[in-house]
Design a protein around this ligand. Structure first.
Ligand SMILES: [Zn+2]
Length: 252
């Protein structure tokens, strides 16, 4: 064996080892992902969404293009409401639960429309590729206070935006009525290595009292969207199928 042959053989060995390590890593990831999703409740629904056939997935979809009776907001996108408010499912936890709802799309990225849930003033910060925030100056359920509606993940993994051109970066306080098309769902996750599925993250964020919004990543700064949308969207109140109900709030 001359040097070159030896070198080639050694590289082949390395390539095989690297491939095996990658496959082992992928298998471990899948096992972790699945075992993390077998805790019951929303985990069981998530499992059916990830592993189910087309019929099972279709059965999980919520389509509600009108306000639920007695509720002020309209669901901003059709889809599978897979991760609920206060949900501790991975990648969230009991200590840092989900701050909003995730509406997973049946279609590919860039296809499922996202609509304004309520009347309000849209802001898109200069650096935001996939997100909008909407100021609602008069909370319909608690008149007199301001709340903010946050819509995220409307871009592809490289950050190419699916937000409507009317809401270019550095847009501030542009009024839109309820039902206005804002963009399309995507799977952008910033610089994170954690790949995500195509979905809309929607949350209601508290005002800071000085004309701005609070940090939407902090659970404590967010509100339960259930009474606003007329659906049981809190993790503690989850139902098999998510649809309009007369009493969407189960907590005292
Ligand atoms: Zn989310």
């Amino acid at each position: 064996m001359d040097g070159r042959t030896f070198s080639r053989a050694r590289w082949g060995c390395w390539a095989r080892a690297a491939l095996l390590a990658t496959l082992a890593g992928a298998a471990l990831y899948l096992v972790a992902r699945l075992t993390g999703l077998t805790g019951g409740g929303s985990s069981e629904r998530l499992r059916r969404w990830w592993l189910g056939d087309a019929t099972q997935r279709q059965a999980l979809i919520t389509v509600q293009r009108e306000q639920c009776p007695g509720a002020p907001f309209v669901l901003p996108a059709d889809g599978f409401i897979g991760l609920l408010y206060a949900d501790p499912s991975s990648p969230y936890s009991a200590a840092a639960p989900h701050q909003g709802i995730d509406i997973f799309s049946l279609g590919a990225r860039g296809q499922t429309p996202v609509y304004a849930a309520y009347d309000g003033y849209i802001t898109r910060e200069a650096s935001w590729r996939s997100a909008l925030i909407q100021r609602v100056p008069d909370d319909p359920l608690q008149p007199g206070r301001t709340i903010w509606l946050y819509y995220a993940h409307m871009a592809d993994p490289d950050g190419n935006s699916y937000i409507e051109p009317a809401f270019a970066p550095d847009t501030h306080e542009l009024f839109v009525p309820q039902g206005t098309l804002l963009g399309y769902t995507g799977d952008y996750n910033g610089a994170s290595l954690w790949a995500i599925s195509v979905h809309l993250h929607f949350s209601i964020v508290a005002d800071d009292g000085r004309g701005g919004y609070t940090n939407e990543l902090e659970f404590a700064n967010t509100l339960d969207p259930s009474p606003y949308l007329g659906m049981p969207l809190h993790y503690a109140c989850q139902a098999e199928t998510i649809a309009c109900v007369p009493n969407p709030v189960c907590l005292p």
